[in-house]
Design a protein around this ligand. Structure first.
Ligand code: CAA
Length: 261
């Protein structure tokens, strides 16, 4: 897998994905999106990875948006195609059957904010800044921002952020529920790794099934959603990890031998 703009590192059960175009503040061009797609495909196949951290190279930016130089001269057909590419890759990330934590050091603007919203959990440094500045460029958000932002922060706040193009600081992003946690910059990666390790120490199969139930349930009515819950709950009882988790409890053992099956 030849990658120029995305790094993939694995350590134990944790994978770290880094968008690596620091000269362009990690802006997402087509090449980078396609490489991210390859990396997600790799993670889908790797049963040893239980949690993923997604970050941007350097401290200044997580991702400063879709690549404006690439978009500038697009026609309508090419613009639609670019949006479809971004949406396809981000949806694949959102549906990855492993939890993904976005570790956001600096700018998460436009496509960068959208990328973070396709992750399950967002941890930001105190220096991080968020926004959907697309309307100031004469475009709409195109990698999920018109849909995911309202689902995360509510309709009114999402409309305000998109219509005004406002850039908000990490503490405001935390206040409106856009990020889960804000930490000093120097603690960002440790915090993300600590959370990834905590997640990886739960039964991986139960974490995966929880993600599937939550994501699928958000798209449908509550009765259908609860039937998904009953389905995955039932499925847990066919797993080694359910037997191990409950046996460990009964035996008052803190060490658990989860096997992701
Ligand atoms: N696309 C392409 N290049 C970008 C970029 C982007 N989104 N953001 C930054 N860069 C490049 C700059 O052009 C600059 O390159 P050069 O050194 O070759 O000139 C380099 O990264 C450093 O950026 P700045 O000199 O601008 O750094 P700054 O500290 O002065 O400003 C910033 C930082 C406020 C983040 C500013 O770079 C900026 O406003 N970037 C664009 C943010 C934006 O509008 N994002 C939304 C894009 S549209 C989108 O994402 C659509 C969608 O939903 C799919």
């Amino acid at each position: 897998m030849e990658l120029n703009n995305v790094l993939l590192e694995k350590e134990g059960n944790i994978a770290m994905v880094t968008i690596n175009r620091p000269k362009a503040l990690n802006a997402l061009n087509s090449e980078t999106l396609k490489e991210l797609d390859l990396v997600i495909a790799n993670l889908e196949e790797d049963d040893s990875i239980y949690a993923v951290i997604l970050t941007g190279a350097g401290e200044k930016a997580f991702v400063a948006g879709a690549d404006i130089t690439e978009m500038k001269d697009l026609n309508a057909i090419q613009g639609r195609k670019f949006s479809i590419l971004g949406n396809k890759v981000f949806r694949r990330l959102e549906n990855l059957e492993k939890p993904v934590i976005a570790a956001i050091s600096g700018f998460a603007l436009g496509g960068g904010c959208e990328l973070s919203m396709a992750c399950d959990i967002r941890i930001a440094s105190e220096k991080a800044k968020f926004g959907q500045p697309e309307t100031g460029l004469g475009i709409t958000p195109g990698f999920g921002g018109t849909q995911r932002l309202a689902r995360i922060v509510g309709l009114g706040k999402a409309k305000e952020l998109i219509y005004t193009g406002a850039i908000i600081k990490a503490d405001e992003a935390y206040r409106i529920g856009l990020v889960n946690k804000v930490v000093p910059l120097e603690e960002l990666m440790n915090e993300a790794k600590a959370m990834a390790n905590t997640i990886a120490n739960q039964a991986p199969v139960a974490v995966t099934l929880s993600k599937i139930a939550i994501n699928r349930g958000m798209q449908v009515d509550i009765d259908t959603a609860l039937s998904y819950e009953a389905e995955v709950f039932g499925e847990c009882f066919s797993t080694h990890d359910q037997k191990e988790g409950m046996t460990a409890f009964v035996e008052k053992r803190s060490e658990k031998n989860f096997q992701n099956k």
